[in-house]
Write a protein that binds this ligand. Structure first.
Ligand code: BMA
Length: 863
């Protein structure tokens, strides 16, 4: 007979409280997806369906499972029901006996249920109370409302009653400026029955004291639950190493510490710096040579520090991994779905793989979503993506009553304990943008929240804030994961109130969210002038591609300001901002599909400017995380990857701009060009930089080249190159500068500079030849053009991504890209190409073709 054993509960059904009919349910899942799967409600994402589904969160919902217990599990003396996540307010009965009441989506719950279980026909019954009805009285009782700017209470027909702040529940469920309002209820993580006898290992924490290439000094902190006493033995193994510890088992819960050392460990490195080596630590507990329990944890050995020390510019803000300062390259991650339980391992993998492919080394799990699934962090460990982990608080002030504070402490403990063995965790951060929004130490700053309250209330709300983010959360980190830094809020100039008082507006310390571009309409050039020690947010919106829009809008809705399109654009004024910026930078698009394409090019140009200027400012700036990596539904948003995992133009631009070696241009004055090579590479190498001027027909006007010693953070290769020397008498609107970097004769980067904004380019109509083939590495596509083809967009009917896309194709530089698909065995049925001229409103010059011509060689040869 096994002595520790668990089984997931299955066969779930659900119903509306006041109805009799039970329907099949999915666990993990939620009420919205269950209703949808049973045909009770339509696709919540389609059209304006969201509006008609707001009744769901005002109701109580019931779930039940009838289950038998296999004999060997049933006979174990200890049987516990474990709930990994319940959303959110629920009472639970087992075989008619009330066993548990829960009130925090982010907690794990465990209940000893041995006395009430039967061998067969057990009934677990969970009643979810409406989160709206539950929290309305709390608002009334508080007597004043708390700010929660993204809580779309009016969509939920609650007028201005912002309830999200009372619930320990994913903030984005209540709506956000990129997402709909679906306040779900349900069993969102596994429910299982766990049994054991004598003793069981309940938790292992591999504490890392000192880690270097030479050795690692570690402690395995092992938690054991026991209903027996006596001599026990703990054995720890990894690779070919083994350690053991004799213990005195005692009844109850005990913690044992096994100190050990490893010589020449293989360290965990982030993407770009080395391999993300992982170790499996296996722990076995036995008594009198009889094994009682075993457990395995996977971790990587590394040190990650946040360095905030005075330096020549102010106070540093950077991550140091294994002693190496790292420029953080990445994005902000939001939940991948409004109904988070639909996110499969494949979807997580696709996101994290995309991050790694885009040369990122960090993602920020932003505080308005959820503490992510284990799978997410496993993948980040595996791909070397460091995680800036927010606690789940964003853009709101929160209540400070004792039950709320206690609940948060327990939630923090559960999640820090769950995640602390993941080497990817680089930082714990208290919240998103709350400190800045309230701005306690600067009367004139902030979002106008504090001014709405009396002096007394103002002080109370601030003290409630201090209790959460400056006392409870750092205490939990100190207690459970002391080797990881805690940062109270993002953005923030300093964790110290004293320093905050004096340095509120500084950008020479702390992290910054720069939204001058976008929210306040500043030009893309402002990215160059607004620098920070660490840029943890900045962003620019775009629309997803046409086929994504088609999943929520019908042909008649395909207008920017149609009701349906507006329902999928949650940033007030978002469309207007896109239009205004488009007028400034892009040529006019001829129709809706063209507009979507153009919006993506616009976004890519904005973020490329930002990334390359942040990197150019290294080491003053040591991080660049744009807003936002992904989407939770198909919509207009700041994402680089849409809801269906489709890479927008942005994602390809990011991939290029985040390369370890990157050529950047800057016009120091009109017609004067600087060319620089940025490097995050740990190896210093020698290369050759070649700069060429071309007209749009591929005629070479100039070529210069020089040897470069590539070093971190950058080398200025050319200063103030004159347009006249590079392009001769060709008009700036018809010419281009190309710079390429060769190492050992191999091209490692190529970048393009135009002298005028994209909207002023005199684009020719190209004839592009497409050749497609397949070899042992998969599918390739080769493109050649007789003239400049601007922003060539390759698309394929089957899902997948190209090694490069949305690039400029010049006659002198044919391009070969590869296509890869996430669906094994699937081949792209047809790859098509388009470029900017196809989407323009203005008539093209009469001597050229009205649109680009794309000759598919493969198709021709088949004719
Ligand atoms: C940032 C984020 C989000 C928001 C985004 C776009 O400040 O923290 O709250 O979605 O801006 O407005």
């Amino acid at each position: 007979m096994r002595n520790d054993y668990s089984m997931n509960l299955e066969n779930w059904e659900f119903k509306l409280k006041q109805e009799d009919r039970w329907l099949p349910a999915h666990v993990p899942g939620c009420i919205h997806t269950d209703l949808w799967e049973n045909g009770v409600i339509p696709d919540p994402f389609y059209g304006t369906n969201e509006r008609n589904l707001q009744w769901i969160d005002k109701e109580d919902w019931e779930y039940k499972s009838v289950f038998d217990i296999p004999e060997d599990l049933f006979l174990l003396p200890q049987l516990e029901l474990v709930f990994d996540g319940l959303d959110t307010y629920a009472d639970i009965w087992l075989n008619g006996k009330f066993i548990l009441s829960v009130d925090n989506m982010f907690r794990e719950w465990r209940k000893d249920v041995k006395p009430w279980l039967k061998h067969q026909d057990n009934l677990l019954f969970i009643k979810f109370r409406s989160p709206i009805m539950e929290d309305l009285p709390k608002l009334k009782q508080l007597g004043y409302s708390l700010p929660a700017i993204n809580d779309q209470s009016e969509v939920g027909e609650l007028e201005d009653q912002k309830l999200s702040v009372f619930a320990r529940k994913a903030p984005y469920h209540y709506g956000w400026d990129w997402g709909p309002r679906f306040v779900t209820s349900g069993i969102w993580r596994n429910v299982r029955l766990e049994g054991w006898s004598e003793a069981v290992i309940s938790d292992i924490h591999i504490q890392q004291h000192e880690v270097s290439n030479q050795s690692a000094t570690l402690t395995a902190v092992i938690q054991v639950k026991s209903d027996t006493s006596g001599q026990g033995l703990i054995e720890l193994t990894t690779d070919n190493h083994a350690w053991s510890l004799e213990i005195a088992l005692e009844k109850g819960e005990q913690t044992y510490e096994l100190n050990f050392e490893m010589n020449e460990p293989k360290l965990w490195w982030c993407n770009g710096l080395g391999d993300p080596n992982l170790y499996q630590f296996h722990v076995e507990l036995s008594k009198n040579e009889i094994p009682l329990s075993h457990k395995t944890v996977k971790t990587g050995l590394r040190t990650i520090k946040l360095i905030t020390d005075p330096d020549a510019f102010g106070t540093s803000f950077y991550f140091e991994l294994n002693g190496v300062p790292v420029f953080a390259k990445g994005a902000n991650h939001i939940p991948n779905d409004s109904f988070i339980t639909r996110v499969t391992e494949e979807r997580y993998r696709q996101e994290i793989q995309s991050a790694a492919e885009s040369n990122m080394n960090m993602l920020r799990v932003w505080g308005g979503g959820v503490y992510e699934a284990d799978t997410f962090y496993n993948l980040c460990d595996e791909y070397g993506i460091m995680i800036w982990q927010d606690f789940m608080f964003a853009c709101s002030m929160y209540p400070g009553d004792q039950p709320f504070l206690d609940s948060v402490r327990l939630e923090a403990e559960d999640n820090v304990r769950r995640l602390r063995n993941h080497p990817c965790i680089a930082l714990w951060c208290g919240n998103n943008e709350i400190d800045m929004a309230w701005s306690h130490y600067d009367e004139a700053s902030g979002w106008g929240w504090k001014q709405k309250y009396s002096a007394e209330l103002r002080e109370k709300i601030w003290q409630d804030y201090v209790a959460l983010f400056h006392r409870i959360l750092p205490e939990v980190i100190q207690q459970l994961a002391p080797e990881i830094a805690y940062w109270p809020s993002s953005p923030l100039c300093s964790a110290s109130f004293d320093e905050q008082m004096h340095a509120r507006h500084t950008s020479t310390a702390g992290d910054v969210h720069y939204w001058g571009v976008w929210h306040t309409g500043a030009s893309f050039d402002s990215y160059r002038t607004h620098q920070a020690r660490f840029m943890s947010e900045y962003g620019f919106q775009s629309f997803p591609e046409y086929r994504t829009v088609q999943t929520y809008a019908s042909e008649k809705d395909m207008e920017l300001e149609s009701e349906v399109m507006l329902a999928h654009q949650r940033s007030g004024g978002g469309n207007q901002l896109i239009l205004t910026y488009m007028q400034q930078y892009m040529p006019e698009a001829k129709d809706m599909e063209s507009f979507l394409y153009m919006s993506q090019i616009l976004q890519a140009e904005a973020i490329q400017t930002a990334i390359e200027s942040h990197r150019s400012n290294k080491p003053f700036c040591m991080g660049s995380l744009y807003w936002q990596m992904n989407d939770c539904w198909p919509a207009a948003s700041w994402s680089g990857i849409d809801y269906y995992g489709r890479w927008k133009a942005l994602q390809y631009a990011v991939k290029r701009s985040f390369q370890d070696l990157r050529i950047v241009f800057e016009e120091s004055a009109p017609g004067k060009l600087d060319v620089r090579v940025l490097s995050d590479s740990v190896v210093h190498s020698k290369g050759e930089l070649i700069v060429e001027g071309y007209d749009f027909h591929g005629n070479l006007m100039s070529r210069i080249g020089t040897e470069v010693i590539i070093q971190q953070p950058s080398v200025n290769v050319y200063t103030a190159l004159l347009a006249a020397d590079l392009i001769g008498s060709v008009q700036p609107s018809k010419s281009v500068v190309i710079a390429k970097l060769l190492i050992n004769g191999e091209e490692v980067d190529r970048n393009i500079h135009y002298w005028v904004p994209t909207k002023d380019l005199d684009l020719p109509s190209p004839v592009v030849k497409l050749t497609q083939g397949q070899d042992e590495n998969g599918i390739w596509v080769r493109l050649e053009s007789d003239r400049l083809a601007k922003q060539v967009w390759l698309s394929s009917e089957s899902e997948g991504r190209f090694s490069d896309n949305y690039f400029d194709l010049l006659p002198a530089y044919p391009v070969t890209v590869r296509f890869s698909t996430d669906i094994p065995g699937s081949l792209p049925s047809k790859i098509t190409a388009h470029s900017m001229v196809d989407y323009l409103k203005i008539e093209r010059n009469e001597h050229s073709l009205p649109e680009g011509e794309y000759i598919d060689e493969r198709q021709q040869s088949f004719k």
